[in-house]
Design a protein around this ligand. Sequence first.
Ligand SMILES: [Mg+2]
Length: 267
Amino acid sequence: MLADDDEIAPAKTGLKRYPFLFLVDISGSTGDQPDPDIHHINTSLANIMDLLRKPTPSSELAKQIDKVDVCIVSYSDDVHDVMPWKEAEKIPASLPLLVPMGGTSTAKAFEYALNRIADRLTFYNTKKLGFGMPHIIHFTDGAINDAKPGDAKWNAIKSRLSQVDGRTNSEKRIATMINFISPKGCSKDFVEVDGRKMSGIELLSELTGAQSIYEMGKEQTTFEGFVKLITVLITKITHNFRTQDAVDEAAKAIKDGKTKLRNVGKG
Ligand SMILES: [Mg+2]
């Protein structure tokens, strides 16, 4: 694990922190031709990080006083910190390009991501910093293969997620996960589990609940809209919008007509 940024300038200590962990599936399937999802993921992630590091001067994000903290984690068979926790303004100007390879250890990755959120909350508590709801923003095609519905590992992570995300008790929500499914994961029969053919969306829904899942969009141009959407989403969350309302507001704010954000849970 890379070292987290633990330098907080004294003048900033009164501010609230908003932790966002980007969890990125870089398994072999994201490199499938034609038009591999990983290219869109790399471009989207780089543009999102640029906007978070240097928000457009007139934007709401630039005007806000509270601080956004970001961590990027990638996974295939194993899980790695691409960038440890940092204040958004300290995000490096260039990040390593993610290269697809290996399996899709989503259960392991969720476990790791929750622990990384816990690391940051411990840090805030130690420094006596106020913070907003932590969010995990997950990019994947949904083809999980380190656990399958009903096995012990699946049930363990499903149970942990449902305790964390408030599905079992909304007052005890400690983090919110938003899953964005890349184009290939939206197609039917993308995965097969014990003879059942389904899309990545359907498989992931069984683990995280359909309400947490959105389609990234299928056309090339939608990725530009997607970047804007994530930045608006983060801005809304830091203005204390509930996640669901923040996503709806973000979708509304993207008026170029290219981004159609579909929440799977809404049918
Ligand atoms: Mg995969």
